[in-house]
Design a protein around this ligand. Structure first.
Ligand code: AMP
Length: 225
């Protein structure tokens, strides 16, 4: 099964993506994680990408597109979940061309829908439990609001990720995501229009609600392909 997943930062895309990947045994091709790996290893690509990543800008297509498409070709046989790519219409077109020329099927495109303000609150309200990262705590979400600064599950002292508290950085990422002319929503639209005519299914899922609720709605829509 081959899937592309779209969703703004704070929509739960990473969490739902991990659940899909696990259920169907897919390779998770995550462009941001690939760049971070290059950075860690100090490769030439990592060094070139660093300044863009530090600013929260997109790395230029000339670097990003070949990197992702090479990995996609490598992992094409066992099924994949593509996450973080494409992020603009040019990347979407290049991806579509590459899939066609490699004879690769695209089974599903998933778009997690969430209002921008809600996504921002989710990120800024997120608190981390040092003892167990799977303990959910968010000061802006009633159901998982912690007791003061203590984890609601185990009582450990909560922390927050520095980049989760950086409103300007969140706004910048959301500017790119929610840009329906040139940004990620435009890439999603490219696939939405395309899938109206083909065998690929385009699934829009409401990202409101907790992880379990979104999972319950989403996973049954992905039948074994
Ligand atoms: P992410 O973890 O998906 O937010 O990605 C981290 C950073 O990697 C982004 O802020 C960009 O600088 C870069 N990046 C990831 N995916 C792409 C992409 N498809 N196009 C351009 N830059 C990307």
């Amino acid at each position: 099964m081959n899937i592309i997943i779209f969703g703004p930062n704070g929509s739960g895309k990473g969490t739902q993506g991990a659940l899909i990947k696990e259920k169907y045994g897919l390779a998770h091709i995550e462009s941001g994680a690939i760049f971070r790996e290059h950075l860690k290893k100090g490769t030439a690509l990592g060094l070139q990408a660093k300044a863009y990543m530090d600013r929260g800008d997109l790395v230029p297509d000339a670097l990003t597109v070949p990197m992702v498409l090479d990995i996609l070709r490598e992992k094409s046989s066992g099924g994949w979940l593509l996450d973080g790519f494409p992020r603009n219409p040019e990347q979407a077109e290049k991806l579509w061309e590459a899939l066609k020329s490699a004879g690769l099927r695209l089974d599903y495109v998933v778009e997690i829908l969430l209002a921008r303000e809600t996504a921002k609150k989710r990120i800024m309200g997120r608190r981390l439990c040092p003892d167990d990262p799977s303990h959910p705590n968010n000061v802006f979400i009633e159901k998982i609001r912690p007791e003061g600064e203590l984890c609601r599950i185990c009582g450990a002292s909560l922390t927050s990720r520095a980049d989760d508290q950086d409103a300007a950085a969140i706004d910048k990422r959301h500017d790119i995501y929610y840009d329906a002319e040139n940004g990620t929503l435009a890439a999603a639209r490219f696939f939405k229009d395309l899938t109206a005519r083909g065998p690929t299914r385009y699934i829009e899922i409401d990202g409101e609600g907790d992880i379990a609720l979104v999972k319950e709605k989403l996973l049954p829509l992905l039948a074994e392909a």
